[in-house]
Design a protein. Structure first.
Length: 288
């Protein structure tokens, strides 16, 4: 199986720059933010070298790229100014995602803060119902979350409840993050098949569209959401990976991951250590 694998890359130099960075890692896909994830400032699409980027991607065999929605979008908020910004900004980001030629925008569902999970679920679905319509031409992929604080998406059931409340939910998918699911308590190391069976029963495997492939700095169930470099030990500046290469290798080579974008969000240490290239090579290695 040829893996569709890559990492998060920068769009500072436009889509062409992002594609060139991905190619330097030996990637066959990649993920970008359309601008800074912490604010609403955005470069005009006309300055993002989209056509040049797609021409380069075609030459390099890079395709099926992913966009990640900004962190400041919180569809679970009860505060009108935050909620209204989330709706308008997500709508704009979806338009930019389509203009960039991506089929997926990955979204952290949101945090209910001073309310409760049921309120957050209703609020997220209400927001998506204002945005997603029959003409939506991409997948809005709700991300599995680690369970820290008041974030929604800490288990498959919460994501399923959101999806069930969205009118045009044929446009709603899921991004499966290995660090987050491990940290939320799912045993993806020794029982990934059972986790996938559970996912299929609760959500449906047809909605599984993107994987985030990350190690974790914490033991299973810690609800921390701290990514680790793949197979890192105690000598790594960021800390030890508690998931491990063997488990992540089995996941990316599992039938459920076939033909899906597999995106590394592991820590970047420094420009002299091309860890993305190393990690992609480790996961691609033929063990037969």
């Amino acid at each position: 199986m040829s893996l569709k694998i890559g990492s998060h890359v920068s769009i500072a130099e436009g889509l062409l720059g992002a594609a060139k960075e991905a190619a330097s890692y030996g990637a066959s896909t990649f993920m970008i933010y359309t601008g800074a994830p912490q604010n609403t400032r955005r470069t005009a699409l006309s300055n993002l070298k989209i056509e040049e980027g797609h021409a380069f991607m075609k030459e390099q065999g890079i395709h099926d790229i992913v966009v990640h929605a900004p962190y400041i979008i919180n569809l679970a908020s009860y505060k009108p100014h935050i909620y209204d910004l989330a709706i308008s900004f997500l709508s704009s980001e979806m338009e930019r995602t389509q203009a960039l030629g991506a089929n997926y925008i990955v979204l952290h569902p949101g945090s209910y803060t001073d309310k409760d999970a049921n309120y957050g679920i209703e609020r997220i679905a209400e927001g998506l119902n204002q945005i997603v319509n029959p003409d939506t031409d991409l997948w809005v992929c709700l991300e599995t979350m680690a369970g820290k604080g008041t974030e929604i998406g800490r288990n498959f059931e919460e994501l399923a409840k959101i999806i069930d409340k969205v009118k045009y939910n044929e446009k709603i998918g899921v991004c499966f993050d290995t660090c987050h699911t491990h940290d939320s308590g799912y045993d993806i190391i020794d029982h990934f098949d059972e986790v996938m069976e559970n996912f299929d029963q609760v959500i449906g495997l047809d909605r599984l569209k993107v994987f985030h492939i990350n190690g974790s700095l914490n033991p299973r169930g810690a609800q921390k959401d701290r990514h680790a470099n793949i197979n890192a030990d105690e000598t790594n500046p960021r800390g030890k990976d508690h998931i491990g290469l063997d488990a992540l290798y089995r996941i990316v080579h599992h039938p459920v991951a076939q033909d899906k974008p597999l995106i590394l969000e592991t820590p970047w240490l420094d420009s002299s250590t091309n860890l993305y290239a190393q990690e992609i090579a480790m996961l691609r290695e033929d063990r037969s």
